[in-house]
Design a protein around this ligand. Sequence first.
Ligand SMILES: Cc1cc2nc3c(=O)[nH]c(=O)nc-3n(C[C@H](O)[C@H](O)[C@H](O)COP(=O)(O)OP(=O)(O)OC[C@H]3O[C@@H](n4cnc5c(N)ncnc54)[C@H](O)[C@@H]3O)c2cc1C
Length: 369
Amino acid sequence: MRTALIVGAGVAGLTAATALARAGWRVEVAEVGASGATAGWGLCLTGPSLRALAELGLADACLAEGHGMSVITHVDVRGEHADQTELPRLIGARRPAMAGIARPVLHRILYTEAERCGVVVRHGLTVTSIDQETELVRARLSDGTGRQAALVVGADGVRSDVRGLLGLRASPDYHGQMVWRALVRRPSWGTGIHQFAGKDNTAGLVPISDSRAYVFLTENRAERNVLPDAELAPRLRRLLEPFPGRGAALAPLVSESESVVRRPVLTNFLQGDWNRGSGVVIGDAAHAPAPQMASGAALAIEDGLVLARELERHESVGAGLKAFVSRRAQRCRTLVETSVAIAGLEREQRHEEAYPLAGACHRLMAEPV
Ligand SMILES: Cc1cc2nc3c(=O)[nH]c(=O)nc-3n(C[C@H](O)[C@H](O)[C@H](O)COP(=O)(O)OP(=O)(O)OC[C@H]3O[C@@H](n4cnc5c(N)ncnc54)[C@H](O)[C@@H]3O)c2cc1C
């Protein structure tokens, strides 16, 4: 039985762990965070995410616990309906195109399945060194123990440490935008995604269950700093107030927010190889798009599936990783570059150019992986 050490129990790490375990690998995951510490805001699972989750047999669980929807409604700066994008239904005409879901719920679904498949997840643990030998990787962990594995997977997000330990160089770009998310009560009109163009910023609403939704806001020309928690909800309300119509109606919902987060828009695309010997990076560690396309999770889940498939198809781990990277690179690069272009158009208030670009990219993403 081949052994794999995965670093990071996010979307990429847990789906790769499940796919590898099902293919007969013995898998251990080292996660630096504490158990159950996933941040509380929501996520939109677009068609490619649902399709990849369906392959793992998990799409129905996500639809049952999340909120299925198929349409994105764009509202212009005057509060008028500007565009409506009907997204392709990739898991059958009777099922919705997308699902909004709370992150802890998605995480629980992925985690439960990984454990059911025999994956061992250890929390409060990271990797401190990686040494390559022929067909073997020796890793040292932060608790002082060591591991020998046929494969080490860095699924540790956009600021990946494994990337550096493998000698792969990348420096995530900041695009002058901070993104906000706030969990709120779902208003009765919030049955699909709504996106509002404001004079300075962009905002919107994504339902994640019958009763809950999350508000999002992209703050343009924003300083990349950390605000005290107590300032987050009042400041988000102030940023929402200038939006016309239903956009402004989002502001009072935030007063009920239990959880407001503000994060920099960071993107990353690893040029060239994503692996060194039998160590590889996947998910945001290799390619982090701007959140504007809501597709980073899709790429992360697809990575896990394709990685397991290519390793099964090839005799050696090295050959499997090479095939994995060559299958993934172009698709991931296109998504990252398009998301950066959309972020730029949003920053310049050129929303009418952003809508068709996003629509075309969603159609491209809908093509088989
Ligand atoms: C505000 C925001 C909104 C977004 N909205 C969407 C959306 O609606 N839809 C969508 O598809 N995508 C969205 N994305 C993108 C999506 O969240 C990411 O693409 C996706 O989570 C990537 O998964 P990952 O597993 O590669 O990384 P992560 O989800 O970042 O997981 C990395 C994991 O590794 C752990 N870790 C980090 N460092 C170490 C270490 N040194 N050792 C051990 N463990 C470590 C972390 O604790 C974490 O558990 C959004 C991103 C942001 C920032």
